[in-house]
Design a protein around this ligand. Structure first.
Ligand code: MSP
Length: 513
């Protein structure tokens, strides 16, 4: 197998309303991994898109007096535009209303049916339209006289109707064996434990079709039935690779997926149903499902009723895109819930970006302009201190890769910003402004500083692509050809090259408090 292929996905979003910060978060996280892997020489396929069928969408369309397809066309476009606003590097954007997807879902259904995993019966139980999920009796509680799911807090309805079922119960042992053999299939580990104990409590067969509405993909041999929207939606991860054409280059190169990035609320679908469908159809399950935490707005869950839904475009307008990306990656520990507030984001921008990384770039470029004719100096001679700081990158390249392969994103950023603090300290301690009599030493300090800017900026490219590119452009380096492995070299900046300072990277924010 070619292990230089890397397939990463976001959840596909419901176009039932405008995107909010939670959606932006899933997408930005996935983008950081995609960019990092490309930088490290991998052949990356990064997928995102919209999940357009089902009762939830049909109802939203009706509320807006629109036909479901027109309604979806409109909001899906907003999600697609968001990929540009967030500077996502996705290779494809899939919509479940596309023909390619439709065909793949019906094919998968037929496959499951032909293998004896589908049977007709009657569903009697609880269903949440907003989660598009079935819940067991022991997952239901009463609140304000209404029935809700204790898992998600969403309202549930009692449903009784003819339905096709998937023999999920028959896959219980295979799933447990699969989790056992692939201990990092579900991360973080706490989530894995939740899933394993849920499966061990016993799986019931899953209702995989509905008859009471029409907006969805029809069951191939019984057009009165609509395929369950989660079976439909999960298939996007393979329909985008041209499944069912197993010989297709995309499918062969990129399946099984390396990583599905999802929110913790949709873990059950990805960690139980999805591998079960695939195992039943003789398709390998993905390598990993990572369930991230929730983004809270001023410590509260975002909701329409509380009126605290954060619009990523508004936040970008105030603080800037890279500032938002950086904040989400650094200050939210992936896997845990994280908070966004003006105060936190402003403190983070000032302390890490404006006063630390941005400041280091700016003071180095200003010094070069005044003292080195704005060119990369020559005649250099590294001493032990220079080598220590330069080597702190190459000595850690395995650690850096492993942090990213284990999705320890905020540790990755902490590593980089720590290096930036060290760089500022180095500049202060070496005080090149006092070395004007010793040209060689002055040149060397500046050369080392430029190499550190290069290394740090390369590491920051996945997180803050615009700003890191700007810093690298100041060094007259072509970022397209830069690879992660070049941080192990200390001689990439060529003496005599012009420094073309592209300007201040981050404005400091005047914190009102
Ligand atoms: N359509 C399904 C996913 C199908 S994937 C085959 C869905 N869509 S969603 O639009 O409701 O949510 C998409 C993602 O956004 C989920 O991963 C969800 O966890 C995430 N978020 C929604 N609100 C969130 C926060 N407040 N914080 C972080 N992410 C949350 O579910």
């Amino acid at each position: 197998m070619d292990n230089k292929n890397y397939y990463i996905t976001t959840p596909i979003y419901y176009p039932s309303g405008n995107p909010h910060m939670g959606h932006a978060y899933s997408s930005i996280i996935a983008d950081v991994f995609a960019r990092f892997k490309r930088l490290d020489g991998y052949n990356v396929f990064f997928l995102t898109g919209t999940d357009e069928h089902g009762l939830k969408i049909q109802k939203s369309a009706e509320k807006n007096n629109k036909k479901p397809k027109d309604f979806c066309d409109n909001i899906s476009k907003i999600f697609k535009n968001l990929t540009k606003s967030l500077n996502l590097s996705n290779d494809d954007f899939i919509r479940t209303t596309e023909e390619r997807h439709h065909k793949a879902v019906q094919f998968l259904w037929e496959k499951l049916e032909s293998k004896g995993y589908i049977y007709l019966s009657k569903y009697k139980g609880w269903y949440s339209v907003s989660d598009e999920a079935y819940y067991n009796e022991d997952e239901i509680a009463e609140k304000d006289g209404k029935k809700i799911s204790t898992v998600s807090g969403s309202l549930v309805d009692w449903v009784e109707e003819e339905s096709f079922f998937f023999k999920l119960s028959s896959l219980q042992d295979r799933l447990l064996e699969f989790y056992n053999k692939n201990p990092k299939f579900i991360l973080p580990i706490t989530r894995k434990n939740e899933v394993v104990s849920f499966v061990k409590r016993g799986l019931k067969d899953l209702s995989v079709s509905r008859k009471s509405f029409s907006w969805g993909i029809k069951v191939p041999n019984d057009k009165k039935h609509i395929i369950y929207v989660w079976l439909d939606a999960l298939t996007n991860y393979i329909s985008a690779l041209n499944y069912p054409n197993l010989k297709d280059k995309l499918f062969k190169s990129f399946w099984p997926a390396t990583l599905h990035i999802i929110g913790k609320d949709i873990l059950r679908f990805h960690a139980i149903y999805w591998p079960a469908f695939l195992l039943a159809a003789d398709i390998k399950p993905p390598n990993r499902v990572y369930g991230h935490g929730w983004i809270l707005s001023d410590k509260e869950k975002m909701s329409k009723s509380k009126g605290n839904i954060l619009d990523p475009l508004e936040v970008i307008k105030i603080y800037g895109l890279d500032q938002l990306r950086y904040y989400l990656v650094k200050e939210v520990s992936l896997g845990n819930d994280g908070n966004i507030s003006d105060k936190n984001i402003e403190n983070c921008i000032n302390s890490d970006l404006a006063n630390n990384y941005g400041n280091f770039c700016q003071r180095t470029f200003s010094f070069i302009e005044k003292n080195c004719k704005n060119t990369v100096p020559e005649d250099i001679d590294f001493n032990a201190d220079d080598l220590k700081i330069l080597n702190s990158f190459n000595n850690n390249i395995d650690k850096i890769r492993s942090l990213m392969d284990n999705q320890q994103l905020n540790e990755y950023v902490k590593f980089i910003i720590d290096k930036s603090s060290n760089a500022n300290k180095y500049f202060n301690d070496e005080a090149p402004w006092n070395k004007k009599e010793d040209k060689k030493r002055l040149n060397t300090i500046i050369y080392v500083s430029l190499e550190i800017i290069r290394k740090i900026s390369i590491l920051l490219l996945p997180v803050i692509p615009f700003s890191a590119n700007k810093a690298l452009a100041s060094l007259s380096l072509n970022t397209k050809s830069l690879k992660l492995s070049s941080i192990t070299d200390h001689h990439i900046n060529k003496p005599g090259t012009k420094i073309i300072n592209q300007g201040i990277l981050f404005q400091k924010i005047n914190n009102k408090e």
